[in-house]
Design a protein around this ligand. Structure first.
Ligand SMILES: [Zn+2]
Length: 386
């Protein structure tokens, strides 16, 4: 693990508020990979407001994405689903639908996706806009699937820093689930600005930290974004915000290139610190609820489970000081993760409640999904900790 740099990656200030949890030990990535040792040192910068993990995978990102990061590689069709109360559709389809709603692209053009993964989003784009030329960057092992899924695209096996496009080449640059992973998100935005034509657009998706308290435990989400942070960084990089859509935890921003970058960065410290303090309380509460479910189950010699594959639920054994074997299972409504194991424990849907005689269930998830999940759990003989 690289030595921790004391300064903000965006503005270079060393003035910050430290946030929960200051942690060193075993950890789990956003893709459920276990790592034996990582440091979490979350901070809110007083000068620009960025919420960032000063440690985590910072300093090791190249190595990490080449060797460690396996985004849902256990099954070819696996992909993250996007949930809203009424509909569930793939995150890739939703991203393409929102792109067209928010920007409305011409019939022809040239686009670049950074961190294209296995190409799920690009498959939708290539089908909807067959005359567009596609360039896709992907540094991880997802590359082979990407080449298979997008035979006509130019696929380049790197992250963005190793690829400098000719200036003003693209009509559209896309980064879905990328900005939160890179050490310096402003650097990525400026890179995109340089490679876009003067009339070009940047379309991004990141998790909205305001609805994602579990992200306090995530070692590879180096930045925790709020709408305010993104607006501030966008204008500092030379973009105008065309639209913002919040769809559950994910949020989408459409940005258009404007004349030139500002030399001054705004400061959203007050707004962001308020969000961070609320999330600290929720993250602590999440760990407590899991402990309560565990203790009640132990007291009655019954089984307990954790609902939701948030980082809170994955960290609970380490922060609560208990053996992960005590967890009967992890439950989640996203079928893409059914069948995997976390801490050696099975992951599955609600049918595991009866199969494994689960009687206590802690909900470790974003507060915005809780009402829907509680409704779906009504018919089970469970004590729910929420
Ligand atoms: Zn800063």
């Amino acid at each position: 693990m690289a030595e921790i740099n004391a300064t903000c990656p965006i503005c270079g200030s060393d003035h910050h508020e430290s946030l929960y949890p200051l942690y060193a030990g075993p950890a789990v990535t956003s893709d459920f990979m276990a790592v034996t040792y990582a440091v979490i040192d979350n901070r809110c910068c007083r000068e620009c407001g960025l919420i960032y993990n000063a440690a985590g995978t910072r300093g090791d990102t190249d190595e990490f994405y080449r060797h460690t990061y396996r985004l849902m590689m256990h099954r070819e069709e696996a992909g993250v689903k996007s949930f809203t109360p009424l509909t569930a559709m793939s995150q890739a389809r939703r991203s393409y639908t929102l792109l067209q709603e928010m920007i409305g692209l011409a019939e022809k053009g040239a686009m670049l996706e950074v961190g294209a993964g296995k190409g799920h989003f690009l498959t939708h784009l290539a089908a909807g806009l067959p005359q567009w030329s596609i360039t896709a960057l992907e540094p991880s092992a997802a590359l082979e699937s990407l080449r298979r899924n997008l035979p006509l695209a130019e696929v380049i096996p790197t992250g963005y820093q190793a690829f400098e496009a000719a200036a003003e080449t693209y009509d559209l640059v896309v980064g879905l689930g990328v900005l939160e992973h890179v050490p310096n998100p402003l650097d990525l935005l400026r890179w995109a600005w340089r490679s876009l034509k003067p009339t070009g657009y940047l379309f991004i998706r990141v998790p909205n930290f305001a609805y994602n308290p579990g992200d306090m435990f995530c070692i590879d989400h180096l930045s925790k974004f709020t709408v305010e942070t993104l607006k501030s960084l966008a204008s500092a990089a030379g973009f105008r915000v065309v639209g913002v859509r919040e769809v559950g935890v994910p949020m989408f921003l459409a940005l258009s290139k404007v004349d030139g970058p500002l030399d001054r960065l705004g400061n959203c410290f007050d707004e962001n610190l308020a969000v961070a303090r609320r999330n600290e309380a929720l993250a602590r509460r999440g760990i407590e609820l899991i402990s309560q479910a565990r203790e009640a189950a132990l007291g009655r010699a019954e089984n307990f489970a954790i609902f939701g594959l948030s980082a809170t639920g994955l960290f609970a054994p380490w922060l609560g000081g208990f053996d992960p074997k005590e967890i009967t299972a992890y439950l989640d409504e996203n079928q893409a993760v059914w069948g995997i194991r976390i801490h050696g424990r099975p992951v599955g849907g609600l049918d595991l409640i009866d199969q494994l005689h689960i009687r206590h269930l802690a909900l470790a998830m974003s507060p915005i999904y809780i009402d829907v999940v509680k409704e779906n759990l009504k018919r089970y003989p469970l004590t729910i900790y929420v």
